[in-house]
Design a protein around this ligand. Structure first.
Ligand code: AMP
Length: 416
């Protein structure tokens, strides 16, 4: 594996997998270009060092060639940001001549990789009543043609850079399989490098105390992360809708709050494991409970294990928030994933917004703070703190799988 910072790109063609899966409005205007801006350091590095670029990405979830998912819609914007003209290959499988003709400093953007089923390696167009046998045969066929797809992409370039963290958890042609064609010339781009560095600072070499704040609605969707971090952290704060399954498991009265009865055993095991491992577990001790799941509902503040009938817990109450604050401010490394309340409703966003503020304060005081996962990222961004914490992850699903301790194919393919 090579390092982008000292790789010699002079006269070389670099094929770079980026995440240009940006939101577009009905006029095909980009409504949020964060992902494009994130890729710029990597792209500029190659050009500055005398290389040429073949940029590849997916956009949306097309089922074959669909004009609305064409990457041509973003060319002008990328040109502006990159400060140079871009050539476009309107079929990613027919770009060899354009790639061969690239001179140092030139840029070629390939059309949406997912116009081909081979990118994901999943069969398309199967009849709904297809038999298991037919499904198997279709899968085999696409896996077979995927080899040619990967080989063709690889034939365009001298080196491969993966900078698409958002798809690193997928073993797709452009995110993982292509790497084998560049055994001595593959590397991470700066987005990938940043994500890997940030997460290893938390999970592998944290300054202690290390605290994880895991919020969100369901135990079942967060249990993978909870179990993984239990082996690593000093403190575990669990907030949001998950709290009530834990409280019910302990015999509490939770009113109409969200509860997964089939996760009660799991919750009991988490509590037992925390005790055995010496992890201090904090569950919102007081909550704001509402008589309706709406922003204007009537609310009461009550202990999370004594919620009145007809009410449901919707946010962490001040007493719980104060406890979280103390834990956070005494930590040197903090990981945050998931809101501690129904933060989409402004009246129930106070706990989550307060956490965003504590993370900012902790960062100011020298702690390392990593925010990962769609909703917590939205919360810090909404509060204007996205650049006031140490690191905000760009990859939702990829980050979740990373936090669960899984090996991400896009990372493994480069490191192997
Ligand atoms: P997740 O996608 O698992 O991170 O969960 C995020 C969602 O959890 C957000 O949409 C929140 O509104 C929701 N959530 C947080 N706290 C609660 C709660 N007490 N009751 C219901 N939903 C909640």
């Amino acid at each position: 594996m090579q390092n982008i910072s000292n790789y010699d790109f002079a006269g070389k063609k670099a094929i770079v997998r980026v995440d240009f899966n940006v939101p577009l409005n009905e006029n095909f205007e980009i409504t949020d270009d964060t992902r494009i801006r994130a890729a710029l350091p990597t792209l500029k590095k190659v050009l500055e060092k005398g290389g040429s670029l073949i940029i590849m990405s997916h956009l949306g979830r097309p089922k074959g060639v669909q004009e609305k998912y064409s990457l041509k819609h973003i060319i002008a914007h990328v040109e502006k940001k990159l400060g140079t003209k871009i050539q476009f290959a309107d079929d990613c499988m027919k770009a060899k001549a354009q790639a061969d003709a690239l001179k140092p400093g030139e840029v070629l953007l390939l059309e949406n990789l997912r116009f081909y089923a081979e990118e994901e390696g999943k069969p398309r167009g199967l009849a709904e009543d297809a038999t298991e046998e037919e499904k198997k045969a279709a899968k085999k066929a696409v896996k077979e043609s995927q080899k040619e797809f990967v080989k063709t992409l690889a034939s365009y370039a001298d080196c491969y850079i993966n900078d698409a963290f958002g798809t690193a958890h997928r073993a797709h042609a452009s995110t993982a399989l292509i790497a084998e064609y560049f055994p001595n010339d593959k590397m991470f781009g700066y987005v990938m490098e940043g994500e890997i560095k940030a997460i290893s600072k938390v999970l592998e070499t944290p300054e202690r105390p290390l605290t994880a704040i895991i919020g969100g609605s369901k135990v079942s969707s967060k249990i993978g992360i909870i179990e993984h971090v239990l082996d690593l952290v000093d403190n575990l704060i669990i907030g949001g809708g998950m709290v009530y399954t834990f409280k019910k498991a302990m015999g509490g009265k939770i009113g109409r709050s969200l509860c997964e009865d089939d996760q009660i055993e799991v919750a009991l095991n988490v509590m037992k494991a925390a005790e055995e491992k010496g992890v201090k577990l904090y569950l919102s001790k007081a909550v704001v409970a509402a008589d309706d799941f709406s922003n204007d509902a009537n609310t009461v503040i009550c202990p999370s294990d004594n919620i009145p009938d007809g009410y449901e817990g919707v946010d962490a109450a001040p007493e719980a928030v104060a406890e979280f604050k103390e834990v956070i401010m005494n930590s040197k490394t903090i990981l945050w994933n998931g809101p501690v309340g129904v933060f989409e409703m402004p009246n129930f966003a106070k706990g989550t917004n307060a956490i965003a503020g504590f993370l900012k304060e902790a960062t100011d005081n020298g702690a390392f703070t990593l925010v990962g996962g769609g909703d917590s990222v939205a919360a810090v961004t909404q509060m204007g703190y996205a650049d006031k914490v140490s690191y905000v992850s760009t990859g939702g699903g990829a980050m979740l799988e990373y936090l669960e301790g899984k090996v991400l194919p896009g990372i493994a393919a480069i490191q192997e």
